[in-house]
Each structure stands twice: as C-alpha cells, then as structure tokens.
Design a binder for this molecule. Structure first.
Ligand code: NAX
Length: 326
C-alpha cells in the first residue's frame, strides 16, 4: 500500500484552486498510483466557499483522494504536509505598483514560511504561485531553518508553457514537438524567454521560425501574456496557471522526461552570475524524485547575458524592498 502524500494548498477556494484541486485528486500531479490527502487553507471569510469545493471533490469519487482537511490557519493546514502549494495572496489592485504588491503580500509569506518550518514535513517541497512569486518565495524560505532552502521554489512554468504554445502554434506543430524552451529570471516582464537551444520537430527553433518574429512578437507575447488574458477574460489566468503548477510538481517528483531541462525558479547558487539566494528561474534537470540540478555551462550570447542580469537586478531590488521581512 503506497502511503498518501499530503498536499497543502493555500487560496484553495480561489480561481486557480478550483482548477488545481481536482487535477491533484485525480492523480495528474503525482501519478496514477499515488494517493493524496488534500490540506486546504483559506481566509476565514472564504471557508464557506471552500466547504462547497470540498463537497464537489467528494462528489467526484476519486479513488486516489484519501482525505480532505480544511483550515483557516497555516499552522493547522500545513501539519505534516509533504508538498505545500502557496497560491493564495492578495491580487494587485487598481493603481498599485509592483513594490506596493510586494509590501502588501510579504507578511502573508512570513507567517506561512514560519508555519511550514514549524509543522510541515522536515523535507516538505514548496512551490509559490501567488504573486510576486519569486520574492514571496524568498520571504517564505527566509523563515525556514528546519526545511532545506533548496525545497523552496517559485513557478515560472506558466511562462515556459506559454512560450512552448507560441512556438507550436507558429510552426503548425504540437506542443509535444517543442523541446528545451527556457525561461530565465523573475516572473515579471523582465523574464527572459530563451529559445536559443529549443527545437521544434528536431529542428532548431531559430532555423524553423522567422528571426524578426522570434525577436519581437514572440518575446513580447510571452512576457505580456498575463495582461492579455486579463484584458480578454476580465480575470487573470487560472486554468493555465493551475496546469503549470501541476507540471512543476509533477516534473519535480517524476522527472523532466524528454526535455533536457524545465524552467523552475529556485534559490540561486551563483550560477550564471545570478546573486546567491535570489529565487531565480533557471534550467533545472530532474533525474531523481524531489531533486533538481541547475544545468551548467549553457552558452549565452551578449544579449541574453544582459537580459539575465537585468532580471537578476530587478530581483535584487525586490529583495531590498522586503529586507525587513528576511
Ligand atoms: P483568487 O483571488 O481567485 O484566489 C485567491 C484566494 O486566495 C482567495 O480565495 C483568497 O481568499 C485566498 N487568500 C488570500 N490571502 C490568503 C491567505 N493569507 N491565506 C490563505 N488564502 C488566502 O486568485 P487566483 O486567480 O486564484 O490567483 C492566486 C495568485 O496566483 C495571485 O497572487 C495571482 O497573482 C497568482 N498568479 C500567479 C501566476 C504565476 O505564473 N506565478 C499566474 C497566475 C496568477 O496570476
């Protein structure tokens, strides 16, 4: 009998939560033989809505779902959690600058980081989705002394998947034919979509697609896709964000498959000149469950190097903004 994995999810009654929980419970995230127990955290005001989501989960009759627990305090919700998915945070309001959002949401991640360190499994794996996800992750990780720093990650997989989708569409291929795309940096407009080693149908993307499109439209579309979706839908990306969170944890547990690496924001060890400790999106290779290595030695042209540095500078500034929370 395989022991259930305890998965804690915050903001569980929100938009992303509603697309995420059912897929975790069905086995899409941790595989078809892995039972799960969901530990769901919400604000007190949203507990009624969360009850409704839990009823629907029960009504699905998922064979792998071995329990649903609900709480309005992280100390309860994270108890013995093996995987912690930090989705809930305040959305950016009208007229709010990025720095305001960072200051607003920072304290949430202080409390949640402390709770992870106090009550989660000593080897809990954490992914931060709530924005600004890289710096929220930095804050949560700074509270932890028992759980290893390397276990704290943030999600740039949505940006990665968006770039795969754009290349597949433009080349009349399927997403499965696109390999080795990469996102460097912050989950913000300074992110760097890097197609320099990517292939489509075995051919370098740089040969398969027009360079003016790659340089301008592709790059801008990927970096501003979140805004375009809000403009079209009137709400931010939810199903695709949940899908990316599923992919992030799936690959961390079950491996990078046919890609040489995937994009994950992880604590920098100084690779590629990125200051140590920043939560930065790197090429990550996973060859054993719940491990990753930052792929070394990728050659970068001057333009990529400059942009990678710019995104690191932005994250250094964000680190200064939240210095008192670290
Ligand atoms: P919603 O506003 O629909 O849901 C958020 C939920 O979190 C709400 O139910 C709220 O009650 C809850 N919540 C707020 N503070 C909480 C706290 N301290 N503890 C527990 N629960 C709390 O937002 P949704 O569309 O689900 O998005 C969630 C987060 O994902 C936002 O911060 C959003 O910016 C971020 N995103 C990140 C993406 C990424 O690629 N990293 C892309 C999608 C998304 O924009």
């Amino acid at each position: 009998m395989v022991q259930p994995i305890r998965v804690a999810v915050t903001g569980a009654a929100g938009q992303i939560g509603y697309s995420l929980l059912f897929r975790i419970a069905s086995g899409e995230m941790l595989g078809p033989n892995q039972p799960v127990i969901l530990q769901l955290l919400e604000l007190p005001v949203a507990m009624n809505a969360l009850e409704g989501v839990a009823m629907e989960l029960t009504d699905c009759g998922y064979p792998l779902l071995h329990g649903i627990e609900m709480a309005d305090s992280p100390m309860q919700a994270f108890e013995n959690a093996d995987v912690v998915m930090l989705v809930g945070s305040k959305p950016r309001g009208p007229g709010m600058e990025r720095a305001d959002l960072i200051r607003e949401n920072g304290p949430i991640f202080v409390g949640q980081g402390k709770a992870i360190d106090a009550v989660a499994s000593a080897d809990a794996k954490v992914v931060v989705v709530g924005n600004p996800c890289n710096t929220n992750c930095l804050i949560a990780a700074a509270q932890a002394s028992r759980v290893p720093l390397a276990n704290f990650t943030a999600m740039t997989r949505l940006d990665h998947n968006r770039s795969v989708g754009q290349i597949a569409e433009k080349s009349n291929s399927t997403a499965a034919e696109v390999r080795n795309m990469l996102i460097w940096g912050n989950h913000s407009p300074t992110m760097v979509p890097d197609y320099s080693r990517a292939t489509v149908g075995g051919q370098p993307v740089a040969d398969a697609l027009p360079s003016d499109w790659l340089h301008s439209e592709f790059d801008t579309t990927v970096r501003t896709r979140g805004k375009a979706i809000i403009n079209a839908r009137g709400k931010s990306s939810a199903a695709s964000a949940a899908n990316a969170a599923i992919n992030h944890i799936h690959d961390w547990f079950l491996g990078t498959g046919s890609n040489d690496y995937v994009s994950m924001a992880v604590p920098s060890d100084g690779s590629y000149g990125v200051p140590e400790g920043l939560i930065y999106s790197f090429p990550c290779r996973i060859t054993a469950p719940w491990t990753y290595e930052i792929v070394q030695g990728l050659e970068l042209n001057d333009d990529l190097q400059a942009r990678i540095q710019r995104s690191a500078d932005e994250l250094s500034q964000e680190r200064e903004t939240v210095a008192e929370l670290l």
